[in-house]
Design a protein around this ligand. Structure first.
Ligand code: ADP
Length: 403
């Protein structure tokens, strides 16, 4: 296949990231990348840079809604400075129970995924909006959906199934996981020597962890939605359902509208909890580290809960895998927060996880375990765009997944 310009669109709850690759047999050259961030605020951020890192845009526009945000992206794509995409890959957190394979996007497929917006309520509305806009903007260009849930499809039923009445399971309520494209990219980078027993923790604003056996997902912490699992920046993670019922009843004392009450509960669990909820300060690890240095006890507790939960999860995944060969930390915190890495691993010596303080004292890709640590601990930044481009090329060529 000769090389083609492939556009990657990756939307978060309040951001749109985009990048254009010249991609062909074995070659992947990024022509530009950019992002619009802070959708829903008066002071957003819009930046773009070319392959050499030269700034093409660096603005702080008001971004009252996603339409204004996407128009910035659309204008940049149509400026004529770069080739028109020959294919577009859209990252999608969850396509629901019926859309589990990466595939070409049609209007009907978008409607189907939209009907399961409750499975990724912060992500799906903006993702389907962008898909519809991309089909309108580039009607003759094939668009593909690349799913985070795809990597987790290999989980056994015992990991997927939720302990709920069957009628809800029949509606598709089960563990799907998220961050799958990141996990896929870590396994990809470890090839051809993918360890048999691997745990990867993706620690960003959203945080999750996966047990991976011989390159295939065995279990993952996020559940039906990205709100489950580990504590995240603003999400509870797994929690006693009684806590949610208690909060729901408190909300119900003030509203009789069930939908409004559900929305409020969702905001509590997804936007106001986690590191932000406990610290009452910030969901951002850098802010929390500064506050801890100033003696802020709530920030300390929030971060302790975060690292302690991750350590517990590592322990349970070692049990599931029957041992451990390698632990990989990734995501903004995994790649940069030296203290979190040290705190997570501090009590895991009995599991064979021993860090080297000197080696850990770096940002970015590194082996951070001690020479004699039975388990290798690595920091590997994810390459999500690369995985999306790989899938797009494969699907364009009409190939099925080799996995
Ligand atoms: P997202 O999930 O939005 O993609 P990221 O993977 O970028 O998020 O991770 C964001 C998190 O990474 C934030 O908590 C941020 O504070 C943390 N982080 C980023 N850079 C650093 C750093 N230099 N030191 C500590 N934490 C950092």
């Amino acid at each position: 296949m000769s090389s083609l310009p492939v556009l990657v669109l990756n939307s978060g709850s309040s951001s749109i990231k985009f990048s254009l690759y010249e991609a062909g047999n074995g070659s992947r050259t990024r022509l530009f990348e950019g992002a619009v961030d802070g959708i829903g605020t008066d002071l957003g951020k819009f930046w773009m840079k070319d392959a050499s890192g030269n700034k093409l845009a660096d603005e702080t526009p008001a971004l009252p809604n996603r339409s204004v945000a996407f128009n910035l992206v659309a204008d940049a794509l149509q400026s004529g400075k770069f080739p028109k995409p020959a294919a577009i890959g859209h990252r999608m957190v969850s396509g629901g129970p019926t859309v589990l394979e990466n595939q070409k996007i049609t209007p009907a497929l978008i409607d189907e995924m939209d009907s399961y917006a409750a499975f990724a309520p912060l992500h799906t509305p903006i993702a389907v909006y962008i898909m519809r806009e991309a089909l309108r903007l580039f009607p003759s260009v094939p668009n593909f959906v690349i799913l985070d849930t795809y990597f987790h499809r290999t989980m056994p039923e015992v990991a997927k199934h939720m302990p709920i009445p069957e009628e809800y399971s029949a509606m598709g309520v089960r563990r799907y996981g998220a961050h799958g494209i990141s996990y896929e990219s870590i396994v990809y980078q470890l090839q051809p020597n993918v360890p048999e027993k691997l745990i990867v923790a993706h620690l960003g604003n959203g945080a999750s962890i996966s047990a991976i056996r011989s390159g295939k997902c065995l279990d993952t912490s996020m559940g039906l939605t990205p709100t489950g699992g580990l504590i995240s920046g603003t999400r509870t993670g797994d929690i006693d359902p009684g806590v949610l019922l208690f909060i729901l009843r408190k909300i119900a004392e003030k509203t009789t509208n069930a939908e409004a009450a559900a929305d409020q509960l969702e905001a509590v669990a997804s936007k106001k909890a986690g590191l932000l909820g406990v610290s009452e300060l910030s969901n951002d690890m850098r802010d929390l580290r500064e506050a801890i240095a100033d003696g802020n006890a709530k920030a300390r507790l929030a971060v302790d809960k975060f690292t302690w939960t991750i350590a517990k999860w590592i322990g349970s995944y070692v049990a599931e895998l029957g041992g451990l060969d390698m632990l990989v930390l990734t995501g903004g915190i995994g790649e940069n927060d030296i203290a979190s890495r040290a705190e997570i691993c501090a009590g895991l010596g009995a599991l064979g996880i021993v860090l080297d303080a000197q080696r850990n004292n770096v940002r970015g890709a590194a082996v951070i375990s001690a020479q004699n640590s039975p388990v290798t601990v690595r920091v590997i930044p994810p390459l999500e765009d690369l995985i999306i481009v790989n899938h797009v090329l494969r699907l364009l060529g009409g190939q099925s997944d080799p996995a």
